[in-house]
Design a binder for this molecule. Sequence first.
Ligand code: GDP
Length: 302
Amino acid sequence: MLGSAVVRSLANEDAELLLTTRADLDLTDQALVKRWMDTYRPELIFHVGAKVGGIHANATMPADFLRDNLLIQSNVIEGAHCFGVQKLVFVATNCTYPHNAAQPISEEALLTGPLDDNIRFYAVSKIAGIEMCRAYRKQYGCNFISVIPPNLYGPGDNYHTQHSHVVAGILRRTHEAKVEGKSELVVWGDGTPRRELLHVDDLADAMKCIMLASVKYDLYNIGCGHDIAISELARIIAEIVGFKGKIVYDISKPNGTMRKLLDSSRIRSLGWSPKIDEKAGLRGAYEDFLHLLQASELGARL
Ligand code: GDP
């Protein structure tokens, strides 16, 4: 999802793109990563590869999230150092901030309080990534920078019924409720948590901006600047999909952190701002879902 968005954002840049897929390069394998770096000698790295998933995936696969991300990050960051990469931008997550952080959350809030239990292991893996970038900066002078996005959505998302993030999960269930003629759409939690959404192309654009600029900090929040309640998100998605039934809440599913709005003034001071309107972006995400469905690719991706 994010890798493809980064590639789209670089379409008009004078750059040779060295691309690889999960099938071609297992980033958890240190020897393979070193061999790939040695062969291709990248000058810049967008470190977007990670094991990611929504609140339910985090609750059910904590060991996988922690192990895979620690391995991937160690291999890519150490490889980047060994082969003299000039700049690396690492993607972390808003889960890294304390669950009771003051809003909007500034980059200084990292490691100042306890994490939300639902996403603790994923958060710890990504905090380790941020701290690794900092350690390599400190010890070896590497130009490694981390970014913290909010909840992403957009083309190439994972629409798995259980493992997806909130936008993809609700999009899929709303579509299914409509085509199956159901009277109710079930939304997880009680609908009151708030989430800041960002289109994946806006994140890719911000990462390109950081890659091209001479930047002052080692950590940048990249948010759209406002958040919405899950209940409001569900209402907007129902309108886009054309579901006319009732929205009900499954409170056996966790709410997670109640609010995690990012303070994105650092990235805005570099001249970046999000370009994609939320409703237009969500409409595009639904079209992406329908496209996958029509191409019968959805089954293969689950
Ligand atoms: P989070 O921001 O790290 O918590 O990750 P998610 O993208 O999984 O968002 C979780 C929030 O959305 C929680 O408050 C959930 O209760 C709520 N939610 C509502 N419906 C869904 C759904 O279908 N999938 C997911 N992942 N979350 C949902």
